[in-house]
Design a binder for this molecule. Sequence first.
Ligand code: GAP
Length: 439
Amino acid sequence: MEKLVNLCKRRGIVFPTSDIYGGLGSTFDYGPLGVELKRNVKEAWWREMVQYRSDVLGLDSAIFQHPRTWEASGHLKNFTDPLVDCKNCKQRFRADRIEGDKCPACGGELTPARNFNLMFKTFMGPVEDTAAVVYLRPETAQGIFSNFENVVDTQRVKLPFGVAQQGKSFRNEITTENFIFRTREFEQMEMEFFVRPDRAEEEKWYRYWVDFRFNWHVKFGIKREHLRAREHATDELSHYSSGTTDIEFLYPFGWGELEGVAKRGSYDLDQHAKFSGKDLTYFDEDTKTRFRPWVIEPALGVDRAMLAFMLDAYDEDVVDNEERIVLRLDPRLAPIKVAVYPLLRKAGQPEKAIAVRDALKRHFTVAYDQAGSIGRRYRRQDEVGTPYGVTIDHQTMEDDTVTVRDRDSMAQDRVPIARLVEVISDRIGWTRPAAAEPV
Ligand code: GAP
């Protein structure tokens, strides 16, 4: 993990927030390369979860929701962690994360556990009184439930169907840990999949989404042996869930949650109907009945997904007797897709290389590098995961061909400049079809 954290800082992937002020406990910013990686992870999810399918629609709801939302959803009452304080050193811990009844830092006596609500509170408007209290959303899901009627009324949807969204969520976690694994501000990608209220239907789609999500991680580069699906025990379930499977990843600190797939039943729609006085039912044309559908929810953290992709991509090997760090990211996720290099800084090669860079830039994220030996330039790109390197050499000046180097095999082949966009697009592979939907 430490090696990855160093690489992320050194190469502009992840910076500590407010670095110039000494940081702000476990809060992180994404640098020029990190923001590209993050966009690609979100793109990989959006394509496979929304755009390539015909049964899922997108949404983008506000971070602030009406405060009644959180009463209805149960977050105000139940979204808590047990907190203990050390009477001696004053540190705070999550009671369920420590062993024994003494302070893990100094061995001091601990206070009895009390529930601590994880929602961040603030005020909307200029008056800071109880009537103005609003919360930063702790999950994106509630914006989907509160828009259920809007989507059904405007989109001619038919069960089963899903509504997906990506966006920031906030939790005032008692303890943060492990780089970008657990932070107080993070981004989620969630989808609420509405099905008929029927146990067999619910089970079918629950299994389907656990498999689909598991395979998505593998498809974009997580090693199968580093993933497992773990069903929650009854005492672990969230207040809204009647069954949850965590897709866990083998982090350097052990197995931990990467994504959760939960059965939420009609809990949320029932609660919002009760608190808002709205009907929130769905009219089923086939049976001419009205009911509130049940929900299966796959929920993934963008930052946590990025961490897992980077951890599994991180590799060190030896090339020409020199150690190299290489991030073997799936080309679709790589922040920079192509690096363009003139072999020499003369003979018209830099000018030609800049023209190639500018042509490629309309299609891909591109880096240009003419500093140092070609071997060093390759290494610089290998460690940030750039999958392809295009080199302009003396032959380019004669026949308009370039070499294309592959990050992983290091093989090089000659390609006419006129075909570069097509060749690189094919290799990146965004156009590969998604898994078919069941009918
Ligand atoms: N709507 C359901 C829900 O929010 P969750 O298991 O609490 O479920 C879903 O969160 C995912 O969001 C987690 O699997 C994880 O990837 C991510 N996540 C949750 N809390 C996080 C935190 N404090 N920091 C980073 N990611 C977090």
